[in-house]
Ligand binder design. Sequence first.
Ligand SMILES: C[S@@+](CC[C@H](N)C(=O)[O-])C[C@H]1O[C@@H](n2cnc3c(N)ncnc32)[C@H](O)[C@@H]1O
Length: 188
Amino acid sequence: MDIKQYAHENHVPIMLDDGLAFLLNYIKEHDIKTILEIGTAIGYSSMQIAKLNKNIKIDTLEINPEMYELALKNIQEAKLEKQISCHLIDALDFVSDSQYDLVFVDGAKGKYRRYLEHFLPNSKLFIFDNLEFHGIVDNPELTNNRNTKSLVKKIRTFRDEILKDPNFKCEYHKNVGDGILVLKTNQY
Ligand SMILES: C[S@@+](CC[C@H](N)C(=O)[O-])C[C@H]1O[C@@H](n2cnc3c(N)ncnc32)[C@H](O)[C@@H]1O
């Protein structure tokens, strides 16, 4: 079964088509070769990125052992293991001296601020997905679920603060995918 179909049938959240197309295009246009991804899931986005160019190298972090095992299997079957290194770890425990051309953040949506602070020494460029959270961030009345309400509040706070922060240059693509933020530090 194709990975995208598997994800849909098994409720594995993967990037939306237009968000992924934006990300792939950005990587090509900016000649990005080294990437740290937070949130592997079953390897869908990292595999699409790796297929762009044989010289692209990705470290991808996943906290869930079942997802990690599936990602490893999918990446090996696609013979992409030389380009993609999967790490079974909480992203906030991953410490590296590497400099990445890009950190792509697609892990726990309520931890975006912490991921940014944790990985600031590792990159000057970050892309975050899901800052709309299916339209609920701007319309919290769309949900009655208390956890979702609390999550979208955190996303909203992160988004509002980061867009005003003079330490970063941000481009926010509200209508791309599930809301994509491109953030450059002032050293970029
Ligand atoms: C939206 S999915 C990633 C989808 C993937 N990037 C794709 O488009 O194919 C988010 C993943 O992040 C993982 N995750 C959540 N918190 C994490 C953390 N603190 N560290 C690493 N992975 C985390 C979840 O287990 C989940 O598999």
